[in-house]
Design a binder for this molecule. Structure first.
Ligand SMILES: C[S@@+](CC[C@H](N)C(=O)[O-])C[C@H]1O[C@@H](n2cnc3c(N)ncnc32)[C@H](O)[C@@H]1O
Length: 412
């Protein structure tokens, strides 16, 4: 066992008992549902089940390290909206976090979540497998051996299922680890409030040139929230991943990447204008393309992605096939079509950083026709165009909008 491991294990559990993260107030459930990636039901259906999963059939999801409940609540609400065949199992070490997640479920009247307290490392002996889907966000990078954690998740994943994961990304966290190390070197305190006070004092005097102060995508320590500051700078154990390290982690667990979210951020051509450089980027294998994109972006701070078992039977991402129905994530098709028609490029923000996305010809025309019910085939027939012409005209628009995670496909 690595030296100090037991102490670090206890410190992690203590942190999330003292400061459940992310901070959530169950009263807010009356006002809004927090939705995000991964684990939005339509999104995971698109990426892992080719857009074809029938959620009126039994579907079991596990949220491992469920924290204060964001993913479990979103999944359970989405499943409840579709009927009563979907079940969510929530598992976390922290009883304080579980209490908040349970209160949120009660506030929504959700009865399709089973709440468990324990370590995800014990999943293989818990006799609750298999799961069609596993969410594990912001957890594996806090384990002593993330490989063992991922292995435990794989052991309870159905062969036809998949996972939505989030791991810290190294480049976007520039400046975080030197400050974590400085705080560790200064000795900390057994008292959480005192630790936070010392960290705030250190931050006050931190040079404006320190990478943490220059890093525009990291701001959790400026929110005025102690749980967020603690999670960023005082965590007893965290590590971050570059794309090649993440791919190795997956490979070691006999898993493979299905897609990063948002896909466009991991497309190196998005960062390159020069034709020759774009061509060279295009010729690289997928993993190297994603690694190149990460290096070109320089500011990706978390990697959110879907993965499935190597050799499993999970169908993978939906394809631009005639029978598929395109639909917008939060879709007002008219507003989006007007925005696309009005300009040659869209400015979007990834973690507050602006990015320009070229708008392909036909994007507005395509979006105008999206109503969440009409298949690509019916759109094509109404135009009228042959399928190859329709495809050639609109597949680039689909790629752009899907790349931004605005558009998914589902079967009728
Ligand atoms: C940063 S929070 C993320 C919570 C949630 N997944 C989210 O994204 O909002 C990490 C959570 O993982 C839990 N955790 C850490 N190690 C764990 C383990 N071995 N088994 C289960 N939960 C664990 C912590 O208690 C904490 O609630």
């Amino acid at each position: 066992m690595a030296k100090g491991r037991g102490k670090r294990d206890r410190a992690v559990k203590r942190q999330y008992e003292m400061l459940p993260y992310p901070p959530r107030d169950p009263k807010d459930e009356a006002k809004r549902l927090i939705e995000g990636s991964p684990s939005h039901l339509d999104e995971l259906n698109h990426y892992l089940f080719a857009g074809r999963r029938d959620f009126s059939r039994p579907f079991r999801a596990l949220v491992a390290g469920g924290g204060t409940g964001d993913a479990a609540i979103m999944l359970a609400q989405h499943l409840a909206n579709r009927g009563d065949a979907g079940q969510v199992v929530y598992l976390d070490l922290s009883t304080a976090s579980r209490k908040i997640a349970e209160a949120r479920a009660r506030a929504r009247g959700l009865t399709n979540i089973e709440f468990l307290t324990g370590s995800l490392l014990d999943l293989p002996k818990m006799d609750i497998a298999p799961f069609d889907y596993i969410d594990c966000c912001g957890v594996l990078h806090h384990l002593e051996e993330p490989e063992a954690g991922l292995g435990a998740l794989v052991a309870v994943l159905d062969d036809g299922g998949g996972m939505g994961l989030m791991l810290y990304a190294t480049l976007g966290r520039t400046g975080v680890y030197p400050v974590q190390n400085a705080l560790k070197a200064l000795g900390g305190s057994a008292d959480t409030a005192e630790q936070v006070r010392l960290a705030k004092s250190l931050l006050k005097d931190l040079s404006p040139n320190h990478w943490l102060n220059r890093n525009r995508v990291i701001g959790d320590h400026k929110l005025g929230d102690d749980a967020a500051l603690y999670d960023l700078l005082l965590h007893p154990r965290d590590r971050s991943y570059l794309v090649p390290e993440l791919l190795l982690l997956l490979e070691g667990a006999a898993m493979e990447l299905v897609s990063f979210i948002e896909p466009v951020r991991y497309d190196p051509e998005h960062y390159l204008k020069d034709k020759e450089l774009r061509k060279r980027a295009r010729e690289l294998p997928d993993g190297e393309r994603a690694a190149l994109a990460e290096n070109l972006s320089g500011t990706i701070k978390t990697h959110s992605f879907y993965a499935r078992k190597v050799g499993g039977v999970a169908p993978g991402p939906a394809k631009f096939d005639p029978e598929m129905i395109p639909f917008l994530k939060d879709g007002n098709a008219d507003v989006l079509a007007r925005a696309l028609a009005a300009r040659p490029a869209l400015t979007v923000h990834f973690d507050t950083e602006p990015a320009q996305i070229d708008i392909p010809t036909g994007a507005a025309e395509f979006v105008k026709r999206i109503d969440g019910r009409t298949s690509l085939r019916d759109m094509q027939a109404a135009m009228p165009l042959s399928w190859p012409d329709f495809r050639a005209r609109f597949a680039p628009a689909y790629k752009m909008l899907n790349g931004l995670n605005l558009l998914w496909l589902k079967s009728g």
